[in-house]
Write a protein that binds this ligand. Structure first.
Ligand SMILES: Cc1cc2nc3c(=O)[nH]c(=O)nc-3n(C[C@H](O)[C@H](O)[C@H](O)COP(=O)(O)OP(=O)(O)OC[C@H]3O[C@@H](n4cnc5c(N)ncnc54)[C@H](O)[C@@H]3O)c2cc1C
Length: 389
């Protein structure tokens, strides 16, 4: 019998557990600091009124029918490879034989004054709910003041959110019967174009599409400061009470606390060998691993699959795989880029819908994946019960 401990209930950790569980001789313990799996690519959609079913699912439910996977909720704070043990925030000690670390990234605000205090985020359930509560409150305050909604960060998440936000806010306005209130949505990116990691033509297409949706696009200007009701960008002030931060990721604090056991690259990711091992019997996968395409959900899935095969005896070396990139911007329009293949429009939007279903199905039980698919067609214009005020 092989005993495997996986830390992190995200894309990489779940995929590794699922693949390892196929062999009933494997005994897998999956430790995560939160009871739910978060499907990050859909968070922008949940934040703009679509169902939470698209964006999170209980780990217990995912593994309900998998007898050889035990889910433990705890935050791992310490690893000691000499004793082969982990220590959790709960003070519990976990012995391991083979360890897989799939801890993902955390948000960083690049020390921008006021950003951590006054911006909204879209990386967790709590952040999404806080943002939605704020938007509802903002719309129902009875005033006709001009409102500016600013998305900071022109990467895929920021672009997707800016595209969806306009439609959602207009629907909220209608729902609250507001006629006069003037609304502006803007996106700010510090590099000279949106989607700087994609081809220039994709950046151009995204900018054109956002402008068509009425979004003000600002590039090449950095946010300097944020207060409760003002954003300062390249020396200019703009009144706003809604700044959504979608930029900046950094490795989770676990690696700072345990840095003596690992080697890191310039971006703070863990250096792994050809088999994704950082040390003997410790594998590091997903966002945490220094591989060419880490930072993407599909890479984490690829890594989870690879590491499971490796633990089960495969001798193959790790081969990075360039994932296709599909970015929806508003309804029925998306941008597709995969190496030299690039196109945008309705066909790409269909691809995004199909990819969403396949992506959910990759990690979630079929019934939940179908539920998530179905949920996409029904935007909600009311707050979940626990958010009513
Ligand atoms: C808003 C947003 C949108 C995104 N959109 C896309 C997209 O459209 N396409 C795409 O390919 N990628 C996207 N990504 C990136 C993608 O989600 C990540 O690359 C992917 O989640 C990485 O998987 P992972 O398994 O490494 O980490 P994660 O999926 O982040 O999972 C890590 C898990 O470990 C847990 N954890 C962390 N520390 C500890 C600890 N000390 N102890 C126990 N548990 C711990 C976390 O709570 C989490 O559950 C997006 C990311 C964000 C934030």
């Amino acid at each position: 019998m092989a005993k495997i401990t996986i830390v992190g209930g995200g894309f990489g950790g779940i995929k590794a557990a699922q693949e390892l569980s196929i062999d009933s001789k494997n005994q897998i313990t999956l430790i995560s600091d939160q009871p739910n799996f978060i499907y990050y690519p859909s968070l922008y959609s949940t934040a703009t009124g679509y169902s939470y079913r698209e964006s999170w699912a209980p780990l217990e439910k995912i593994f309900a029918d998998t007898k050889n996977v035990k889910v433990v909720i705890d935050k791992i704070t310490k690893v000691d490879p000499t004793k082969r043990q982990l220590v959790g925030k709960s003070k519990s000690v976990y012995r391991y034989y083979t360890l897989v670390l799939a801890l993902g990234n955390t948000t960083t605000y690049f020390n921008i004054d006021g950003m951590a205090d006054y911006s909204f985020g879209i990386k967790s359930q709590q952040e999404i709910r806080r943002l939605q509560a704020h938007l509802f409150e903002d719309m129902s305050d009875g005033s006709d003041d001009e409102k500016n909604y600013i998305v900071v960060g022109g990467g895929p998440t920021g672009v997707e959110l800016a595209g969806a936000l306009g439609e959602y806010i207009l629907k909220l306005r209608e729902y609250f019967g507001i006629r006069k209130k003037s609304l502006r949505i803007g996106i700010i990116e510090s590099s000279d174009r949106l989607l700087p990691r994609l081809h220039k033509s994709s950046s151009k297409a995204a900018t054109k599409r956002l402008k068509k949706l009425g979004v003000r696009v600002t590039t090449g200007k950095a946010v300097e400061r944020l207060t409760e009701n003002t954003i300062i960008v390249a020396g200019k002030e703009l009144a706003t009470e809604t700044v959504i931060w979608t930029s900046g990721v950094a490795p989770v604090e676990f690696y700072q606390k345990n840095q003596k056991w690992f080697e890191f690259d310039k971006r703070g990711r863990v250096v792994v060998d050809d088999y994704m091992q950082a040390r003997k019997d410790i594998y590091v996968i997903g966002d945490n691993a220094s591989t060419p395409y880490s930072g993407l959900a599909q890479t984490a899935l690829h890594d989870g699959y690879f590491v499971a095969r490796r633990i089960m005896g495969s001798k193959a070396k790790y081969r990075p795989k360039l994932p296709p990139c599909v970015i929806p911007i508003g309804r029925k329009w998306a941008l597709f880029e995969w190496g030299l293949l690039r196109f945008s429009g309705r066909a790409a939007a269909w691809l995004h819908t199909a990819a969403g279903f396949i992506g959910h199905r990759d990690v979630l039980p079929l019934s939940w994946a179908i539920g998530s698919w179905h949920a996409r067609t029904k935007p909600e214009l009311r707050l979940p019960d626990d958010l009513k005020f």
